[in-house]
Ligand binder design. Structure first.
Ligand SMILES: NC(=O)C1=CN([C@@H]2O[C@H](COP(=O)(O)OP(=O)(O)OC[C@H]3O[C@@H](n4cnc5c(N)ncnc54)[C@H](O)[C@@H]3O)[C@@H](O)[C@H]2O)[C@@H](O)CC1
Ligand SMILES: Nc1ncnc2c1ncn2[C@@H]1O[C@H](COP(=O)(O)OP(=O)(O)O)[C@@H](O)[C@H]1O
Ligand SMILES: [K+]
Length: 461
């Protein structure tokens, strides 16, 4: 996994104070890294439009123009006069080299957006909205320098942001690149060094971006085993029985030795899934909440109070009952609408979905501060998995998963690993990665996935 930082100003400062680097050295590395990317990957293109603002993001762009001027047809557009000290320095250098500065933008082969980086501190005005709109309309290969202009330090987009194919970000990953809304703007994200290796530039962090290698699948190493060695998951089904059945099928395909659906009504289940009316004697994990609908509170309370690992989903996030079990080390998998209900029931915050989506990391942090044992999986375009002070981001998901039933598969996968003896946080991380990477491997068009396709892909990981 890779570290993510809310801000990097203090990391830059550490470079000056502890490693005796200068702003000029850092910037030369920043611009040189973009130049290197272009030289190595886009050498067949001819024209480059570099669009610069007045601060150091713009300064990176002006320096880039100098570095690429002899190899490409470089066109420098200054949306504002260079204002920061470094922007002015870089400007002197390009003027001395007679690099072409243009008055009107055009559809070049490559566009590099250097309007605003971490310094964006107010909403864009009409002029910048129009400029970014026009840039977005071009069919060029689009590179954002540090962060797509228009995304602020909290990962919010007020009106518009630059829609990049890649974002080349300086020094370290920033939290703002991983809000749900940012996902439509950042493209592929590449981190480059600023004069010291990344592991030296970075300090301790409490946010992390998950990699594929963080997925620890339940491969079987023991030869002398039997079904009981791999646990028994009980999935509690309610009125919408389909949800429980999807979860049960996902769990069985993910390695749990035995899977039973708990339901009073007789169900038509696949032959390998069992049915029980009550929690099984040898149950090693419980998945509950999905499709629960109307239920007998005392019965659910009894199940929730059993000292067995649990994953709780869906309808239970709308019931005060949930607050009784938040001292347990359980996994909760709310989507945004369910999470705002949970925040309200727990008296943490009474907020709209929009407010939550604008501040996902913040509200997860508030929740985990109050309930440090709980593992929260806040669903979304970039899933946040958190326990206590640590937050992990899974950015592998895509709109392929925006379907009823996708969440039930995820609950089943988490329940499956809990039943097999994984710790709650490990279960949530591996299950979430398997869920999104399975969806990524789905090769048909991106609107057609059904839960059984997803389970099939996960079985092939
Ligand atoms: N050590 C450093 O400081 C380094 C900085 N680097 C670059 O510098 C960037 C940060 O530079 P700055 O702090 O100068 O900030 P920016 O260049 O991101 O923007 C700041 C400038 O834009 C103006 N501004 C902010 N919001 C505006 C709005 N909505 N409309 C119009 N003007 C607006 C500000 O008044 C200021 O003049 C980073 O993102 C990165 O690209 C890199 O060169 C690496 C090293
Ligand atoms: N655009 C998207 N990008 C990434 N993941 C997504 C996207 N849309 C949905 N998902 C994922 O799909 C799942 C949907 O879950 P949920 O809304 O609970 O569905 P249901 O309850 O109907 O099964 C979540 O894991 C969510 O993170
Ligand atoms: K930018």
């Amino acid at each position: 996994m890779q570290k993510i930082f809310d801000e990097v100003t203090s990391l830059d400062k550490r470079c000056y104070e502890e490693f005796f680097l200068t702003e000029d050295i850092l910037m030369e590395h920043a611009s040189n890294s973009i130049a290197l990317y272009i030289n190595q990957n886009l050498f067949d293109k001819k024209s480059i439009l570099i669009v610069c603002g007045s601060g150091n993001n713009g300064a990176d762009g002006i320096a880039l123009a100098r570095l690429l001027s002899s190899k490409f047809e470089v066109n420098l557009y200054l949306a504002n006069e260079p204002k920061s000290y470094m922007a002015q320095q870089q400007f002197k250098r390009v003027k001395a080299l007679n690099i072409k500065i243009i008055d009107e933008i055009f559809e070049a082969d490559i566009i590099v957006d250097c309007l605003f980086g971490t310094g964006l501190n107010k909403p864009l005005d009409e002029k910048f909205i129009n400029l970014i709109n026009t840039l977005n309309s071009y069919n060029s290969f689009k590179i954002a320098c540090d962060i797509p202009s228009g995304i602020n330090s909290l990962g919010q987009v007020n009106t518009i942001a630059f829609e990049s194919d890649i974002t080349i970000t300086m020094g370290a990953l920033k939290t703002s690149l991983f809000s749900d809304v940012s996902k439509d703007y950042v493209g592929e994200i590449i981190v480059v060094n600023l004069g010291v290796q990344r592991d030296i530039y970075e300090i301790e962090a409490n946010k992390f971006l998950l990699d594929e290698s963080d997925m620890k699948l339940p491969f079987r190493n023991k030869k002398n085993s039997h079904k009981g060695s791999y646990g028994h998951l009980n999935v509690v089904a309610g009125c919408k029985k389909g949800a429980g059945i999807i979860a049960a099928k996902a769990a069985f395909g993910f390695g749990t030795g035995l899977v039973s659906v708990v339901c009073h009504e007789n169900l038509d289940l696949p032959y390998h899934i069992m049915q029980t009316h009550f929690i099984s004697e040898n149950c090693s994990a419980i998945a509950i909440g999905m499709g629960l609908g109307k239920y007998e509170t005392d019965e659910i309370r009894k199940i929730l109070n059993k000292p067995i690992p649990k994953i709780i989903d869906a309808d239970l996030f709308h019931d005060k009952l949930i607050c009784e079990v938040l001292d347990q080390e359980i996994v909760l998998t709310p989507h945004p609408k369910e999470f705002i209900s949970l925040l309200k029931l727990c008296e943490i915050a009474d907020v709209s979905i929009e407010e939550l989506q604008n501040n996902r990391f913040l509200y997860v942090e508030k929740f985990c501060k109050k309930y440090p044992n709980v593992v929260v999986v806040l669903k979304g375009a970039n899933v946040i998995i958190a326990q206590n002070e640590k937050q992990y981001v899974n950015s592998f998901g895509s709109a392929v998963l925006s379907k009823g039933g996708s969440g039930d598969v995820l609950s089943g996968l988490i329940g499956s690993l809990l039943a097999q003896g994984y710790k709650p946080l490990e279960s949530a991380i591996t299950a979430s990665l398997a869920h999104t990477l399975g969806a990524k491997n789905y090769k048909k068009n991106n609107y057609s996935l059904i839960p059984s396709d997803l389970v099939e892909e996960i079985r092939k990981l």
